[in-house]
Ligand binder design. Structure first.
Ligand code: ADP
Ligand code: GLC
Length: 490
């Protein structure tokens, strides 16, 4: 099948979180399965010149206010033959940041920036004279792809194309003042008819959810959860309405990036049969964070965006968070790599200044993330909601046992510890409170000290879990087939 992926992120070119990992890995796995996959990304200012092909071809995009001129560079996704088309537009993408900067976290013109990207998908295909069977886009930034398809491009060259839209996170919806609607290049009547209008503002995600032929999300449990008011972020009624066209397909682990057997960021490779490399990674991690180098003390790690979603309030909230108590009352070490909300970054710095067993590195650091996941004994992920979660999958692969809330993809990928038999791959709780995070971490540390043979068994089991993108690609392939028969009336 011919598949055009349209995304605002794809690692290693542009990544703010798991979306970037997931899109690139899915492209590789689909190409590996024999599909003709191509990827369209913005040419952000920070993307290195060496990643772009030399020749830029001009591409004019039709907007009612006039043609907008852009250029396309052609590069390649590493470790694959997938062509990557980079959309260049100095005014919209020639600046720092994917969605914004520290000073302006959500650029005021994001609806126009990503409308440009979404519109470009169609013109690019025309320029290439290559028409995809599947147009697959991801999250609010490319939610306009299925909207343009349904309302502007359903006849003609894209009549036999089906649109698939993947929800990686319902918490971000692309909400902008209605005054910006005309710049999207759609007639006014579509503001409410196509479902953009949420309380008088534009909601890009809502319109995308209504327009796409098929919807997916990144775990079966999250697919069910988002149809309830508790997890639906205000869009649950749309998702219930689209229920028969919505499925959950679990993400995987990209072995070209995350493999303890050949990870250049750790001192020595390891596998489930020989964990000596994991012990060296723990020592390197303790040294790098300035923690006492001691193999016998359990090390709890976190690699995370510091946002509400990830349970940072319950963990680090200055008045009630459980991290302070955990570090004071439990014999453990705690190391965090993260960036995000300013109050939380400040709180991490102040905890690190008072607690000898707590260390934090503020910022985005891929190499350190690898070392932390490899060298920790436990990975803490007390998310309010988690569409899939990749960090816990990486942790499992590296024999680092996740401590998680039973929600979304965490519920689908971690198996709870059973004290009697020693079965399980992690430690789980249901209701997120500072107390439950404290208790469950305490439980894991109790097992570390009192049931070392269980910890060894759990590690072995975790490292042998199979979360492959090949299996996900097969499921996407089946969905694409179904979408095509639906569209083509077979
Ligand atoms: P989300 O996409 O919601 O942030 P995931 O667990 O799916 O959560 O993916 C997070 C990805 O981002 C992982 O690859 C993780 O290693 C990476 N990551 C998050 N924060 C940082 C950080 N501060 N430094 C390096 N990598 C990070
Ligand atoms: C989102 C979700 C995360 C998921 C990732 C990739 O950022 O928060 O749970 O793993 O997308 O699909």
């Amino acid at each position: 099948m011919k598949i055009l992926m349209v995304s605002s992120e794809a690692a290693p070119f542009a990544k703010a979180g798991g979306l970037g990992d997931a899109v690139s890995a899915l492209c590789r796995a689909l190409a590996q399965a024999g599909h003709d996959v191509r990827l369209l990304l913005p040419r952000y200012y920070f993307i290195s010149r060496k990643d772009l092909g030399t020749e830029a071809a001009p591409l004019g995009l039709p907007f009612p206010s006039g043609e907008v001129w852009t250029a396309i560079y052609k590069g390649q996704l590493p470790a694959s033959k997938v062509p990557v088309y980079f959309l260049e537009h100095e005014g919209y993408f020639g600046r720092d940041g994917i969605y914004g900067t520290k000073a302006e976290p959500d650029f005021a013109d994001n609806s126009e920036r990503f409308a440009l990207l979404s519109r470009a998908a169609f013109q690019l295909c025309r320029a290439l004279d290559w028409y995809p069977d599947i147009l697959h886009s991801h999250d609010w930034p490319t939610a306009l792809v299925p909207v343009y398809h349904r309302h502007l491009e359903r006849s003609g060259s894209f009549a036999r194309t089906a649109s698939v839209f993947t929800i990686h996170n319902l918490g971000y919806q692309g909400s902008y003042p209605s005054g910006r609607f005309p710049a999207l290049g759609l007639p006014w009547e579509l503001f409410s008819a196509a479902g953009f209008d949420r309380g008088g503002s534009i909601n890009l995600l809502a319109a995308g959810l209504l327009a796409a032929d098929f919807l997916t999300t990144v775990s079966p449990t999250y697919a069910r959860e988002i149809q309830t008011p508790e997890y639906g972020a205000g869009l649950d009624s749309i998702l219930r309405h689209r229920s028969s066209s919505l499925i959950g397909i679990l993400n995987g682990v990209d072995g070209s990036e995350w493999d303890p057997g050949k990870d250049p960021c750790i001192p020595k490779p390891f596998d489930s049969k020989d964990l000596s490399g994991k012990a060296l990674a723990k020592a390197a991690l303790q040294r790098s964070f300035g923690l006492p180098e001691d193999p016998s003390i359990p090390l709890v790690g976190m690699v995370t965006r510091l946002t509400e979603q990830k349970g940072i309030g319950e963990l680090f909230g200055p008045l009630h968070g459980s991290a302070w108590r955990m570090c004071n009352e439990i014999a453990l070490q705690f190391a965090v790599v993260g960036s995000g909300e300013a109050w939380c970054e400040d709180e991490l710095r102040s905890l690190a200044a008072c607690l000898p067993n707590f260390k934090a590195r503020i910022g985005y650091d891929n190499d350190l993330a690898h070392l932390l996941i490899a060298g920790s004994d436990f990975l803490l992920m007390p998310s309010h909601y988690e569409p899939c979660g990749l960090t816990q999958l990486y942790a499992l692969r590296y024999g680092t046992l996740p401590i998680v809330r039973r929600t979304g993809g965490l519920a689908d990928t971690v198996e709870n510890y059973d004290e009697g038999s020693g079965s399980g791959t992690g430690f789980m709780f249901d209701v997120l409170t500072p107390g439950s995070v404290f208790d469950t971490t305490g439980w894991a540390i109790w097992a570390w000290y009192n049931k070392p043979q269980h910890i060894r068994l759990m590690r072995d089991r975790a490292m042998n879990c199979e979360f492959s993108w090949d299996r996900s690609a097969v499921e996407y392939g089946k969905l694409y087939e179904m979408a095509l028969s639906h569209i083509r009336g077979k």
